[in-house]
Design a protein around this ligand. Structure first.
Ligand SMILES: [Fe+2]
Length: 195
């Protein structure tokens, strides 16, 4: 008989999270609560974008509707990214009840201005997460958030671009239809000076 099979081994003691997954490094309650809140903020943003897509679809502005539909999907992906991260850290994901999104706007500029402010709020939330992760020396989280923050900056950049174009149109239907066509063709992008 192989001696190794007869040796009695003490089971290794490995910390586990709420779902029983192995945890390499525990997460602080503060960090965890903030991550959960942010994940739900991304879901709420998705609902807000979908409401905007509906508003434009009802007004025959197909390019805007498609653009905001895609943004709604992207926000779902962002929340999924946070869910994947929490699970990778051995944590569970708590899904909150979403608020009914705003569906009443005074016009195109009002919708786009609110979208820009929403993106700015999401950025603030991510930056607070980053600052907390740094303070708590949670390096796994700072590394994870690095990519998220830069992606978020680009979302602000794109929202600012669209707001600028819409402001320039000054409510003129012909100009708004040009922007709508650009969005429909996926050509509504900020300038790039890098060639
Ligand atoms: Fe997002």
């Amino acid at each position: 008989m192989n001696p190794s099979t007869t040796t009695t081994q003490t089971p290794l003691s490995i910390a586990t999270g709420p779902a029983g997954r192995a945890v390499a490094e525990p997460m602080s309650v503060e960090m965890l609560d903030m991550m959960q809140a942010h994940l739900n903020m991304e879901r709420q943003s998705s609902a807000a974008y979908f409401a905007a897509a509906v508003w434009f679809a009802e007004r025959e502005l197909v390019g805007f509707a498609n653009h905001f539909r895609d943004e709604a999907k992207q926000e779902q992906e962002h929340s999924a990214k946070f869910a994947d991260y929490l699970i990778s850290r051995g944590q569970t994901v708590e899904l909150d009840t979403l608020e009914p999104p705003c569906q009443t706007w005074t016009g195109v500029e009002d919708v786009v201005a609110n979208v820009f402010l929403m993106e700015a709020d999401v950025t603030t939330s991510v930056l607070q997460l980053y600052a907390t992760a740094e303070r708590l020396n949670d390096v796994r989280s700072t590394v994870f958030l690095d990519g998220v923050i830069d992606e978020q900056r680009l979302s602000e950049h794109e929202a600012a671009y669209l707001l600028g174009r819409v402001k320039f149109a000054a409510g003129q239907p012909a100009a708004l239809l040009i922007i709508d066509a650009e969005l429909r063709e996926g050509e509504a992008k900020p300038a790039s000076l890098q060639g």
